[in-house]
Write a protein that binds this ligand. Sequence first.
Ligand code: 26W
Length: 820
Amino acid sequence: MLDSHFRKEEFKKSVKENVKMLYRKTLDEASQEQIFQAVSLAVKDVVIDNWLLTQKQYEKDDPKIVYYLSMEFLMGRALGNNLINLCAYKEVKEALDELGLDLNTIEDQEPDPALGNGGLGRLAACFLDSLATLGYCAYGCGIRYHYGLFKQKIENGYQVEVPDNWLKDGYPFELRRPEYAKEVKFGGYVRVEYDPATGRNNFIQEGYQSVRAVPYDMPIVGYNNKIVNTLRIWDAEAMNEFQLDLFDKGDYRKAVEAENLAKNICDVLYPNDNHYAGKELRLKQQYFFISASIQAAIAKFKKKHSDIHDLPKKVTFQLNDTHPTMTVAELMRILLDEEKLEWDDAWDITTHTCAYTNHTIMAEALEKWPIELFSKLLPRVYQIIEEINRRFIEEINQKYPGNQEKVRKMAIIYDGQVKMAHLAIAGGYSVNGVARLHTEILKKQELKDFYEMYPEKFNNKTNGITQRRFMVHANPLLTDWITDHIGDKWITDLPQLAKLKVYADDKKAQQEFMNIKYQNKVRLAKYILEHNGIEVDPNSIFDVQVKRLHEYKRQLMNILHVMYLYNQIKEHPERDFYPRTFIFGAKATAGYRRAKLTIKLINSVADVINNDASINGKLKVVFIENYRVSNAEIIFAAADVSEQISTASKEASGTGNMKFMLNGALTVGTMDGANVEIVEEVGEENAFIFGLSSDEVINYENNGGYDPMQYFNNDPDIRNVLMQLINGTYSNGDFEMFREIYDSLLNTNCSDRADTYFILADFKSYADAQRRVEEAYRDEAGWAKKALLNTACSGKFSSDRTIQQYVDEIWHLDKVTIED
Ligand code: 26W
C-alpha cells in the first residue's frame, strides 16, 4: 500500500484551517457544502504535490504523449475517486468521523461533472483513469461547458430538463491556467500572397474574429503510483483588448461581436446522443477546442524538439469519434502555414499522428457539414480540406480507374457536404471499432470501401471500464470480500478475479456473495424511497435497464414486456410468480419526442402497477429520476439482472453491460456489441441470450421481408399489450396519448418500415429469456454461482486491458514510473 499522505491529525487540522480561511467559520458553523470545499482543498493539496512530481518526471523522461481529444468527458464526482486512487479513502473517512463528519454526506455535496452524454463520454473518463494508473503520459483535451448535461426532473410522468449549473459554487478540483491561453480564429477570408524568397504562396487569414481559449486543468490521479495526469478543458473568453488594439482600434461593434462570439461557445454541452443536428455553434465548439489543443501540443513538442518531422514519434492524437476530426485539417494548417512545410511532408506527419475511433453505426449520427457553413466559419481550414479531398479522389481514381461509384461513396466533400468520418479515415493511421462484432460490421458494411482501400488501418479495441470507480468506490462491501479471498492485486489487474472461480460452488462463499448483493439492494431501496417515494422489496429480483433513452436500445420492449407480465399475473392470480422490481433510468434528448413519450409510458405503467393492491407487490416498476454517474454506482452494485437488449448490430459495444457483470449481475441480452464477448467469457449458461442475430437484422434491412403485422395478427399476447397502448389502460382513458408508439410498431405510414428496431420480432424470445431468469433465480445456490461467476469472469473488461491494447497496437507509448 502507498504510504498514504493522510496522516490523520494533519489532515484534520488542514480541514479546520481551510474552513477558517475560506469561510471565516469554525467546523460546527460551516455547511456541508462548505465542508466539502474544505475537504476537497485538503485533498487537492496532496494531489498537487504528486502532480508536480509527475510533471518533473515527464520533463526528465520525455515520453511519447497521447492526446485524447474528445467533446465529452463524463467524469463523475472526483473527491471519492481521488481518495480511492490515493489509497486514502479509509483513513480520511476515519479522520472525518473523528471530527463528527460523514464522508458519504460530504461526497454527496459535489456536483456531478456531467460534461458528456453517455457511453462515449464515460469511456473517455475511464480511459484517463487507466492511462494514469498504467503510467502513461496522456492529456485529455475537451471543453469546459458551463452547463453540463441537463438534470432530469419527472413531472406528471414526463421528463423536464433543468439546467446543470455545476460551476455555480466553484469547482475545487480545477485549476485555471491563463499562461497557456491560445488564440483561435473564426471567419474572415484568405489572402494569397506570393513569396519570392521561397517561391511559394503564403496563405494569410484576414478579417477574422478571435476568441481567447483559456485552459482549466483537472488532475487525473493514478492508482497507488503517484502519477497525476491532466484533463485540460478549454474555456472561451473575449480577446478584445490586445487583439482589437492591433487591428480595429476603437471599433466598438467589433469588440461587442468578439465578446458575443466568445460568450456562447462554451455555454452548453449538446445533449444529443447518437444524433447529428448540424448546428453552427457545434462546429464552432469543435474548431475552438481542437485549434487550442493542437496549438498547445505543438508548442509543447517544440520546447524539446527541433525537427517537426519527429512529431509522430512523440505525439499521437486520438480522435474520440468524428467530433474532433478537425484535428486533421488544423494540424495540416499549422504544418503548412506556420511551420512552412511542403504538402507531402505535412501530410506524411499528419497521417502518422492522427488515429480515429468509431463509436456507432447509426446513420443519423454521421457528421456531415454543409460546405457554405464550413467555409464561411473556417475559410483556411476548408481550403485545406478541399485539397485533401482533391488528392484523395486522385488516389481513388488511381486504385479504381473510372469507378465513379467509389468516388461518390468515399469522397470527403460530396453533395455540398464535408463528411467528417471520411476525413478521419483518410487523415489517420488507425481506425478502430469498440467491440469485435462492431469492428467486423464496420469492415463488412458501413466502412467496407475504406476497409478495402486501407485494410491495414482497421483494428478492434473492445471497450472496458475502470474497476477503481465501478467496484472499489461503488461497491466497498464486495471489494473487501474479494480482497479477503484473493488479495488486492485485482485492483490494477482485473483478470486476477478469475481466482474467485474456485469459490463458485462453495456454499459459504455463495451466501456471503449474495448477502453483499442483498445489502447493496437495501442501499438502493433506500435511495429509491428517498428519491421516488416508492417502496421496493430487496428480496425481489432487481431487474435493471439504465442508459440513454434511444429506440435502438429498446426500453420500449422492456416496458411492453412488463405490461405483458402484469396481464399474466392478473389473468392467473393462482400462479406462483417470483416478485420482481423493474428499474429504469434514462435521459432522453430534449427534442426526441418518441423517446420522451417512452419515459411517460414507463411512468404511467409504473403508476398503474405500483398502485394495484391486488397483485400483492409481486411487480414493481421504478423510474429513477436523473440517472447519472453518481447514482449509477449505487445502481450497478444492487442489480441482479442487467438488461442489454438493443437490436442486434446497433449497440457498438455498451459499457454499462460490463459494470453490471463486474458487480455480479446476470445479463439478459441480445448478441450485440460487447455482449458477445461477455457471453464468451462467462459462458452462455450464465447469461440469458435471446433475439435475432446481427446477420438476421442486417439481412432484413438490406433485403426486406420483415412484417411486424404478422406478430400482431397471430399472437394474442402481443396484440393484447399493443391494444393497451390505445385503449386507455395506462392513460386514464385517453386513447391518443400513446398512439404514436403504437403506430411506430405497426403503421407503415410512420416511416419506410414499421417497427424499425424489430421489437415484435424479438418479443417472444425476450419473454422466454425472462421466464428463464425467473426459473434460475428460484434456485438460490444456482443463481449465486452464476452471479459469482459473472464477477469472476469479468477480468477482460477492465479499461486497463483496453488501454494497454491501444498502447501496444496504436499509440506505442513509453511507461513512466515516478522515482522519488
Ligand atoms: C453528433 C451527435 C453524436 C453524439 C454522440 C453522435 C454520436 C455520439 C456518440 C458516438 C454516441 C455514443 O456515446 N456511442 C456509444 O459509445 C460507447 C463507447 O464506445 C459504446 O459503448 C456505445 O455502444 C455507443 O452507443
